[in-house]
Design a protein around this ligand. Structure first.
Ligand code: GRF
Length: 214
């Protein structure tokens, strides 16, 4: 599949659970046309999360959809997919979203769902590897480098094919907090670069292999 860069504007759907700094960076970069796209909808699984507040402040449709709002088996999956389709989303971005996606969303948006992870996958990923735990694990391992990974989303945590990575050096003085702060800045850059590649139709995905077309 080649991402449809010729359709304008390219529409993003963001799923988030936390503070929403990645969402904010995407909103800002879409506004300043650094990213040739717009955020069409934001879904949060936590009604009080910063990401939903940021979306509403920016005038973007924002919905709380969770296991609390949709208790029946499969209902949340269908609701998330419907929200994306209703807002004519081209590309779904997980930005600090802590839940797995269901089979309906994964199949309707196959090869069009990205996640950002604050380390160099396949190391330091998987269930329970989020927030400062990731950075503490990197420091404890003695690794000299960490970084950021953007990857396609599948049914497992942090396992889909890698689209892009950027390296961040780890210093002997680093704490989990200081490393997290430096990595977060790079997350905001890398997500913008990858979204732009998709929006410009420069990402080809075939049989789960990702190729960037120059
Ligand atoms: C980021 O570190 C991202 O890599 C991870 O969750 C965090 C979300 O941060 N998946 P924010 O809510 O975007 O500030």
């Amino acid at each position: 599949m080649v991402s449809p860069g010729h359709f304008s504007p390219y529409r993003l759907g963001v799923l988030a659970s936390g503070g929403g700094t990645n969402l904010q960076a995407i909103l800002d970069k879409c506004d300043s046309v650094e990213i040739p796209a717009s955020v069409a909808v934001v879904v949060g699984n936590n009604s009080g999360c910063g990401a939903l507040a940021r979306a509403r402040k920016a005038g973007v449709p924002a919905f709380h959809l969770s296991e609390y709002t949709h208790k029946a088996p499969g209902a949340l999956d269908r609701a998330i997919c419907e929200a994306m389709e209703l807002h004519e989303v081209d590309l779904i971005l997980l930005a600090g979203y802590m839940k797995k996606l269901g089979p309906v969303t994964l199949s309707v948006y196959a090869d069009r769902i990205l996640n950002i992870h604050p380390a160099l996958l396949p190391e330091f990923g998987g269930k329970g590897m989020y927030g400062e735990r990731v950075h503490q694990a990197v420091i404890d391992s003695g690794a000299k480098q960490s970084g950021v990974t953007v990857h396609l989303v599948d049914e497992e945590y942090d396992q889909g094919p890698i689209v892009a990575q950027k390296v961040v050096d780890v210093t002997p003085q680093d704490t989990a907090q200081s490393l997290a702060a430096r990595v977060l800045e790079i997350e905001h850059e890398l997500y913008a670069e990858v979204i732009t590649l998709f929006a410009r139709g420069r990402v080809k995905i075939q049989a789960r292999k990702v190729e960037i077309i120059s």
